[in-house]
Design a protein around this ligand. Structure first.
Ligand SMILES: O=C(O)[C@@H](CO)OP(=O)(O)O
Length: 213
């Protein structure tokens, strides 16, 4: 069985301002760095063997804090990036026009093939994420990778592992530095494939952690 831990990056300046990042970026806040240290302590004794991060700065910054505790190098994989949110990246949610807000919600509200102009669809996001996790099955036996990734990306990954379509409305909360786990099971009793063990656990965080936009 392959075990994969999933961590959403720590709080960023734009998360705190409710400004849309997507594949744009902003640095962690002080709170975000504290969250990263707390999740690092949580996973310290879980036998993590590989630390793989989205190549966006906020994920790498979180992964580097984990790396100091886990004493592992950080590898990056651009397939773990957040949903490309096209023309809305850099905008504050509170400043969106009603039309822009409708566009923002469209990929998250059950509309197949919806995409923010110049962005990507949830199915395209799901495809690259599943390619990334399927590659993890090629790691040597006993490997336990931890991925540092993003809110919409992890929500889509967990939803699709559970059999929901990529465009299904979001029904899971993934706060900054929440911890999730998926396993690849190949036993006789249960359907072969990825299964969700834990999603969105924040019991290791000592103060407020923000939900996604
Ligand atoms: O891109 C963003 O602004 C948010 C969307 O939820 O994602 P994350 O902060 O997890 O990268």
């Amino acid at each position: 069985m392959t075990i994969v831990y999933l961590v959403r990056h720590g709080e960023t300046q734009w998360n705190a301002q409710k400004r849309i990042q997507g594949q744009a970026d902003s640095p962690l806040t002080e709170e975000g760095r504290i969250q990263a240290k707390q999740v690092a302590m949580r996973v310290k004794n879980l036998g993590i063997t590989h630390l793989i991060s989205s190549d966006l700065g906020r994920a790498v910054e979180t992964a580097e804090i984990l790396a100091q505790v886990l004493m592992l190098p950080v590898q990056t994989d651009k397939r773990l990036r957040e949903l490309d949110m096209g023309i809305l990246e850099g905008k504050c949610v509170s400043e969106l026009t009603p039309e822009e807000d409708m566009i923002r919600r469209s990929p998250l509200s059950g509309t197949p093939d919806a995409r923010i102009p110049n962005g990507e669809s949830m199915q395209e996001l799901a495809n690259r994420l599943h390619d990334a996790i399927d590659d993890l099955r090629m790691l040597p036996d006993g490997s336990v990778p931890l991925l540092v990734c993003h809110g919409l990306a992890l929500g889509c990954l967990i939803g699709t592992v559970m059999g929901l379509p990529a465009h299904a409305p979001r029904r899971i909360r993934l706060r900054n530095c929440s911890l999730s786990r998926i396993d690849y099971q190949a036993g006789e009793w249960l359907a072969e494939g990825w299964i969700v063990e834990t999603a969105g656990d924040i019991s290791h965080l000592e103060s407020h952690s923000a939900d996604e936009l």
